[in-house]
Design a protein around this ligand. Structure first.
Ligand code: C2E
Ligand code: CA
Ligand code: CA
Ligand code: CA
Length: 280
């Protein structure tokens, strides 16, 4: 027993060392990624339930590393946050998204199409963030009201008073905020209402379970009703199947983002989509 114990300990410590090494190596790679232009953005369309009109684009970051290949943001965003690099990369995301969006605005009749940009909780804790965002939007030719910053509720629960003030400054300038991943946290909409968010994104976990679980359908129903009462726009995320669309079509006022309509598209693919289907 003792020997086995020791062996498993050695194995465990080897794994720990490998994990630590892998983390260090990823950190080193991430330090170089911006300078080496390994990050790029993809854009996922959102469409209205009524008429399937293109209503928005969400910018999503991608990291293409020469030997790692394409790394998921779910893996590297937390590392960037921990390293203190998320601010710099986050700023790049804002600039790049606004730059690309402006190009599309100039070329296609899409004034009604908004651009959504994700902000990490770590970025929101920086008291200089709102000034920075305001400056970036001003420097572009994009109107604040065409921009939606996506945040998760974790931020609000932590530091509500200060964050509320920060968000308000940008909101006074017309910028919008969306609550991302709704349903994965603990806060209720009455609480969230204090932040004057314009949009609520129902987490894809609910959408994926809604066909088989009456409870999830009920939660979605009440979430949409409450968001409507609070004057919020609702986006259902992760819609993949016609059966999900059939259930959601009971809510003609909502918006849909998911593989059923579009996967996230490269800037070139998005341009192609706008070129061939300017109506959508
Ligand atoms: P998110 O903000 O909830 O973004 C939606 C995610 O769902 C995206 O994953 C998108 O590709 C995926 N998705 C969209 N439709 C479907 C569908 O029908 N089925 C399925 N299975 N998935 C769908 P992605 O691009 O891998 O991003 C993962 C997460 O990484 C994002 O979740 C967001 O939290 C974070 N992220 C991505 N880009 C950025 C960024 O620029 N800044 C920050 N701070 N976080 C980012
Ligand atoms: Ca998002
Ligand atoms: Ca609180
Ligand atoms: Ca989400």
């Amino acid at each position: 027993i003792k020997r086995n114990h020791r062996r498993s300990y050695q194995f465990y410590s080897l794994m720990m060392r490998e994990a630590a090494y892998e983390k260090l190596s990823m950190e080193n790679d991430l330090k170089l990624a911006l300078a080496n232009h390994e990050f790029y953005l993809v854009y996922q369309p959102q469409v209205s339930m009524q008429g399937y009109q293109l209503s928005g684009l969400e910018a999503l970051i991608r990291w293409q590393h020469p030997s790692r290949g394409l790394v998921s943001p779910k893996h590297f965003i937390p590392v960037l946050e921990e390293m203190g690099l998320i601010e710099e990369v986050g700023l790049w995301v804002v600039r790049e998204a606004l730059k690309q969006y402006q190009i599309w605005l100039a070329a296609y009749p899409i004034q009604h199409v908004s651009i959504s940009i994700n902000l990490s909780a770590v970025q929101l804790r920086n008291p200089k963030l709102t000034d920075m965002l305001q400056k970036e939007v001003k420097a572009s030719n994009v109107l604040c009201k065409q921009v939606i910053f996506e945040v998760t509720e974790s931020v609000m629960v932590d530091e509500d008073v200060r964050i509320r003030k920060e968000l308000n400054t940008l909101q006074e300038n017309g910028c919008h905020f969306a609550l991302d991943d709704y349903g994965t946290g603990y806060s209720n909409l009455a609480y969230i209402d204090q932040f004057n968010l314009s949009e609520l994104k129902i987490d894809q976990a609910f959408i994926q379970k809604m066909q088989n679980h009456a409870t999830d359908r009920l939660i979605i129903h009440h979430t949409i009703e409450m968001a409507k009462a609070l004057g919020m726009k609702v986006v259902a995320e992760g819609v993949e199947m016609a059966s999900q669309m059939a259930l959601l079509s009971a809510y003609p006022e909502i918006f849909i983002q998911g593989y059923y309509f579009d996967r996230p598209l490269s800037a070139e693919q998005m341009t192609q989509r706008l070129e061939t289907r300017a109506d959508l």
